[in-house]
Design a binder for this molecule. Structure first.
Ligand SMILES: [Fe+2]
Length: 436
């Protein structure tokens, strides 16, 4: 165990952590196992979630043929919205409620898997939408009990949603995203077929790859679980429970993969070694942050996607307006965030940088923020992502409005290793305008 691996107990702090995981199947071609996997879960009448782009493609056809071969009656919902909202989740819940289904299959990226999770929530336990989200948007009521079985099949390599019980939704009235988690939302089965990423264009591989990279750095540098208050009952322990030895294990390997393969996976769609590795890295990072929670880079990202102007990357479907893919909205903040958080946890930031491939032999603790930021910036440059939040149309004078919006992400801000106030977030945004 290295110098920064032991979790020292704290007065009144948690003395235990709990790991939640789905069963995981990984490998080229495993989409044709979906039918058998669903049968194991007791599914005979499946609601199948996908999006309008995937529904006519070869990967969805493969999953569908597998369901048919297993004798499963499948009804398709392909109206998933990219970056789902409260309204689009409720439409999906209506579909699920009306169909007399005994299980759910999701085939797609994070938006598809999160829509399936959201539909399971509101079809099973109807409530006003904010009920299960934490303050300030909702009361943080726990999900009352289990939902139908869910087989999740990711087709991108970033979100990690197949390995988590977390759900991200944009509230239309507030125009910002919020997250909630429940062990009942963990998919029963995650079926990860990296062949699904063979046809992804470079911009999508870059965005999703930076999402996985930041999941891993955030987990590795999050507030230690021993610094969160001890819970009164074991079942009250949240999945967002802070850094712990389980998430460390997965975060380190996810970082090694991102450092070795992100550039290659973006540059060459035929590089199976790189794309398969990124798929595995995304799932590993999901196993980590599903049991840790992310912190500031994700907390800040929601304000960036909300307030960006005049930006739409190539390769993503256009509705005519500004759109910042999730991974981009995260990584444009990340170097500035880690420069800020490294001051209180330099060893962990240096180790994260080392896993990403940075030279850290002669680095001192004072160098930690700069070393990890420089490695991330070099990957950003190499893969052509925007140069900071200025690259998605934001200016220095936007920093306070961005910070005010961010402060609503209380749990994620609380999961940062440093106590963080409004002015700190404002400064992080000011220093994220451009990096080169
Ligand atoms: Fe993410």
């Amino acid at each position: 165990m290295g110098c920064c691996q032991y979790y020292f107990p704290t007065e009144g702090g948690a003395g235990a952590f709990t790991v939640e995981m789905p069963r995981i199947t990984f490998g080229r071609g495993v989409l044709d196992e979906v039918g058998e996997r669903a049968l194991v879960c007791g599914i005979r009448r499946a609601a199948v979630f996908t999006d309008r782009y995937l529904v006519n493609g070869e990967h969805f056809a493969c999953a569908r043929a597998s369901l048919t071969a297993a004798g499963i009656d499948a009804t398709i919902f392909s109206e998933v919205q990219i970056e789902p909202t409260d309204r689009s989740i409720l439409a999906a819940a209506d579909f699920l409620k009306d169909g007399d289904f005994d299980g759910v299959i999701s085939v797609g990226g994070g938006s598809v898997m999160d829509t399936a999770k959201g539909a399971l929530v509101y079809a099973t336990y109807p409530a006003s939408f904010e009920t299960y989200f934490g303050p300030p948007v909702g009361a943080g009521q726990p999900l009352p009990g289990p939902v139908l079985p869910h087989v999740a099949c990711p087709t991108t390599s970033g979100t990690g949603s197949e390995a988590t019980g977390l759900l991200v939704v944009r509230f239309e009235a507030l125009n910002t995203k919020f997250v909630f988690g429940s062990r009942y939302l963990l998919p029963n089965e995650a079926v990860i077929d990296p062949a699904c990423t063979d046809t992804l264009p470079p911009t999508i591989v870059a965005s999703t790859g930076f999402d996985l990279l930041s999941h891993a750095v955030e987990c590795y540098t999050a507030r230690a679980y021993t610094r969160w208050a001890k819970v009164a009952k074991p079942n009250a322990r949240l999945m967002i429970q802070g850094a712990n030895p389980w998430s460390d294990l997965h975060a380190r390997e996810a970082l090694r993969i991102a450092g070795a393969y992100l550039e290659r996976g973006v540059a060459d769609a035929s590089d199976h070694e790189a794309r398969d590795s990124l798929s595995w890295g995304a799932t590993l990072a999901g196993m980590a942050f599903g049991n840790t929670g992310t912190h500031l880079a994700h907390a800040l990202s929601y304000a960036v996607s909300q307030q960006a102007r005049g930006f739409h990357p190539p390769d993503y479907p256009s509705s005519g307006g500004t759109f910042v893919p999730h991974g981009i909205s995260v990584i444009v903040n990340a170097p500035s965030v880690f420069r800020y958080t490294a001051a209180v946890a330099p060893e962990r930031h240096l180790e994260a940088a080392n896993c990403l491939g940075a030279e850290t032999r002669d680095a001192t603790p004072e160098d930690a923020g700069e070393v990890v930021a420089a490695r991330i910036i070099s990957l950003m440059k190499a893969t052509g992502v925007p140069n900071g939040i200025g690259g998605v149309g934001l200016k220095r004078e936007d920093a306070m409005a961005l910070a005010e919006s961010t402060m609503r992400q209380r749990r994620a801000i609380g999961n940062a290793p440093r106590d963080t106030a409004l002015e700190d977030v404002q400064r992080i945004f000011e220093q994220a305008i451009a990096y080169w």
